[in-house]
Ligand binder design. Structure first.
Ligand SMILES: [Zn+2]
Length: 345
């Protein structure tokens, strides 16, 4: 997982860069026919034959009909928001159908490819793969837990011989947190879910870097661990606070994550090249796989049949990475435990 961490990080970075692009205006939302459709829809609440109940507002923004709770500001805000996203979605789909008939290729709208919704889920394939990653992550963590507590010998004080147990538990929690918010974000892309997705990604990338340094340099005493972790934790925390409460700066965030991700990949890659660890090939696998994944993200392509784009594939490719990551961590736990037991004897 150490290895996996670097790969992940790179992957995350990519996600981030993908999101970054959503800030810029796209070809699709500059299209005059799309713009006219949107304007008309927000007034009438209809695109062609299709009408949305969320769009019934009077000129002062209050809902025209409905019970008292529809007058509540928060609920009203949701309704207005729903109206806008419904209009954007249906105008986009209608426009894309027209364009397809004319033989045009798909274009991006508001920084995103035109995806087909399924039961209101914006990017069903990315959601499914995120959920699968979450499940694989949980399975890996559980196997690690069982290995350490029930299969490998424990110290007389009931603690594990493996010195990185607690660090990997924290990693598992951060990774599962990330996949959870990733699934939520791809289901419904709003400011809150976006911030949660970004923040958990940054936390995972930052923590992955700390873990890479601690494991590769074999830092086992508390003082040196704190010396490595403290500045990085402070930096990552400040960055997350900056993104959430000052400015969601996509460009800056991408640079920060890219730097931390590449640093990890390098650390693991170099270590795998010089170590005599019996499972070093797994580290190599991660580094190579991670690079391939980056390649995949660079060659962004529109969703096939409105469902599978490069980012969804990226999510698919990161599933085996999660599996291999935990496979290495388990090997590492066994290797370290047997080394320590030999020393004791
Ligand atoms: Zn994603």
């Amino acid at each position: 997982m150490n290895q996996m961490a670097p790969c992940r990080l790179i992957l995350l970075i990519i996600v981030l860069s993908f999101l970054v692009s959503s800030l810029n205006a796209s070809e699709g939302d500059a299209d005059p026919i799309y713009k006219a459709c949107l304007e008309e829809c927000e007034k009438s609440g209809c695109v062609g034959e299709k009408c949305f109940q969320h769009c019934k507002f009077s000129s002062d923004g209050k809902p025209i009909d409905g019970p008292w709770y529809l007058q509540e500001p928060l609920y009203q805000k949701w309704k207005q928001w729903d109206c806008r996203t419904d209009c954007q979605y249906h105008c986009m789909i209608t426009r894309e159908e027209q364009r397809e008939k004319l033989g045009n290729k798909p274009i991006k709208y508001h920084g995103k490819w035109p995806f087909q919704r399924v039961y209101g889920i914006q990017e069903p394939v990315a959601v499914a793969f995120s959920a699968l990653s979450l499940a694989v992550q949980f399975h890996g963590w559980l196997s690690f837990f069982i290995l350490l507590n029930y299969k490998l010998p424990l110290r007389p004080d009931k603690k594990t011989y493996y010195e990185y147990t607690c660090l990997w538990h924290i990693y598992a929690i951060l990774a599962m947190n990330f996949w959870f918010w990733s699934a939520i974000f791809h289901s419904r892309d709003v400011e809150l879910t976006e911030k949660l997705d970004y923040s958990s990604a940054v936390a995972l990338v930052g923590y992955g870097l700390i873990l890479a340094i601690l494991r590769v340099f074999n830092l086992r005493d508390e003082a040196s661990r704190v010396m490595v972790a403290a500045p990085l934790v402070a930096f990552v925390t400040t960055h997350i606070l900056y993104l959430n409460f000052y400015k969601l700066d996509y460009g800056l965030n991408m640079k920060v994550c890219m730097a931390m991700g590449v640093a990890q990949l390098l650390i693991w890659g170099i270590w795998a090249g010089i170590t005599s660890h019996p499972s070093r090939w797994k580290v190599w696998l991660f580094v190579v796989w991670g690079s391939l994944v980056v390649f995949l993200e660079i060659y962004d392509f529109p969703p096939y049949k409105g469902f599978v784009d490069a980012h969804a594939l990226w999510h698919a490719v990161s599933i085996p990475l999660t599996y291999f990551c935990w496979s290495f961590v388990q090997d590492d736990a066994e290797f370290r435990t047997s080394t320590l037991l030999k020393k004791i004897k």
